[in-house]
Design a protein around this ligand. Sequence first.
Ligand SMILES: Nc1ncnc2c1ncn2[C@@H]1O[C@H](COP(=O)(O)OP(=O)(O)OP(=O)(O)O)[C@@H](O)[C@H]1O
Ligand SMILES: [Mg+2]
Length: 275
Amino acid sequence: MIVGRVAELGQLDRLLADLLAGRGRALVLSGEAGIGKTTLLDALVERCGGDVAVLRTAGIETEAEIAFSALLDLLVSVVDDLDALPAPQSAALAAALALGPPQPGDRLAVCVATLGLLRATSRRRPVLVVVDDLQWLDAPSRECVLYAARRAGGPIAFALAVRDAEGAAGQREDLPELRLGRLGQEGSLEVLAQAAPDLAAPAALALADAAAGNPLALVELPATLSPSSVPAAPGSSCRLRQGAACSPRSPAGWPSCPARPGVPCWWRLPTKETT
Ligand SMILES: Nc1ncnc2c1ncn2[C@@H]1O[C@H](COP(=O)(O)OP(=O)(O)OP(=O)(O)O)[C@@H](O)[C@H]1O
Ligand SMILES: [Mg+2]
């Protein structure tokens, strides 16, 4: 379940409502790794129901050098509409997607044909184009997607997601952006409660501090704890140092566990330096 993100989900709802009202537009979700971009794209797609044709693709790091691989994923379900395009455009796009004989490269024709194909599809139902991990789209696909996104309107909308500081920045600067910030402590504890319901409250607080509001870190950090490194409750005996009382410690400068070198120790004794 999505924690928080009320304002962001509201923006996505408006994007969808505008699309259904014939006022399609583009929105770029941006933010650091693990901040929740894909999660919000998924939520948007879930909200579409059957009224909207969702065309989706995502950049794949290992395919970033394969020209038009992401565009093929995006358009594969609507290539039957290629016939609706002017012959030079449909030939150029078919060639780019390896669906027709190779053609000498004509970047404009492929971009225009991509937009034309989306327009042809949108005559039946509004179209939402969803592109995740824009930073890893192969360059020709990214060019076509952004060309079309800049021309979003009427029954065509775009929701794109891109990681901070990982390229594509210069090419999308003219598109409206929704930056995803980190979760606050309350939200962080809620995500932790979902991910690790058995976590003792002090350990949850320490992990929330360590994750600094990044949802991916909140989901993954509990798995790094071993039963021996987390006591059932503060004040109980430390499982690492017999006879000592456990107490929570600020995550800044966590020492190595004295019993298991290399493993961060979430607890220390005695209570003098507790936070
Ligand atoms: N608001 C949220 N509430 C609960 N869980 C969340 C929230 N946002 C993200 N998560 C969880 O955090 C993890 C990372 O989220 P997600 O994959 O959406 O991040 P991302 O921004 O797409 O990361 P990347 O840049 O690596 O693609 C997922 O397990 C997701 O379920
Ligand atoms: Mg993602």
